[in-house]
Unconditional design. Structure first.
Length: 248
């Protein structure tokens, strides 16, 4: 999907895509088997789970950047299966694997559901890298109300298409109630509006997502471990793959 289409398609038109592109059986394949890997100590006085950096691919990487096992999630902030993984899988992933230094975890936001995904992705990145994934968790924990508000007034949302580029998503955030949501979680309305007016950053996020599609990502969540797709999209399927690869 081109950026122009992404910014102008209505949320209503994208609703069927949401059903088709978000599920637990996101990927297929197998992961390499490896010998048990040693733990890698974090720098003195720190924890790997506290180390977060942004990546050239547009993701947020948590943990040891030189970890031998590199786990990447292509997820959508409007995907219920991704919300389940955030609630069920991320806590043990962090505590048992990322904290050991054996595994790094990178989240890349895949904009499969159009303008709402784009707006949410921009807003979780409106603060520090360390704040992005906790904000994503808050989005997933409140996904129903966020989507209800976003879908409530299609006519008003459609009217934003006629606005100048630097105003389009500013108005979108207002109509969808996203400023109130993020203000309650540490992103002021002025800060959020400034982020949403930055059309170049929005365009960059959309183009990164287009690149994910070119790489064969077409469903969320999709997990890659050291560049290979992991079968399934749930923690019960992912943890054995990590252990087979040596995180044990």
């Amino acid at each position: 999907m081109t950026f122009a289409r992404l910014t102008k398609l209505s949320l209503l038109a994208l609703a069927p895509l949401a059903l088709a592109a978000c599920g637990d059986d996101a990927a297929s394949g197998d992961t390499a088997r490896g010998e048990p890997l040693p733990m890698v100590a974090a720098p003195a006085g720190t924890s790997w789970t506290q180390k977060v950096v942004t990546t050239e691919e547009g993701g947020y990487l948590v943990g040891n950047p030189d970890a031998p096992l590199k786990l990447v999630e292509y997820g959508s902030l409007t995907c219920p299966a991704c919300a389940r993984f955030a609630a069920e899988g991320v806590p043990p992933l962090m505590e048992k694997y990322v904290a050991s230094g054996r595994v790094s975890f990178e989240f890349r936001s895949f904009l499969i559901h159009g303008p709402l995904d784009l707006a949410l992705t921009r807003l979780i990145g409106c603060s520090t890298p360390e704040a992005a994934l906790p904000l994503a968790d808050q989005v997933w924990a409140n996904l129903g109300p966020i989507q209800d508000r976003a879908f409530a007034n299609q006519a008003a949302l459609a009217s934003t298409n006629g606005l100048p580029e630097n105003e389009r998503f500013v108005k979108f955030g207002e109509l969808t109630g996203l400023y109130e949501f993020f203000a309650a979680r540490g992103i002021s309305e002025d800060q959020a509006r400034t982020c949403m007016a930055d059309f170049a950053s929005l365009e960059r996020l959309a183009k990164l997502s287009e690149g994910y599609s070119s790489d064969g990502i077409n469903q969320t969540p999709t997990f890659m471990l050291n560049g290979r797709k992991v079968e399934g999209g749930s923690w019960s399927q992912l943890e054995p793959a990590l252990q087979r690869a040596g995180a044990r």
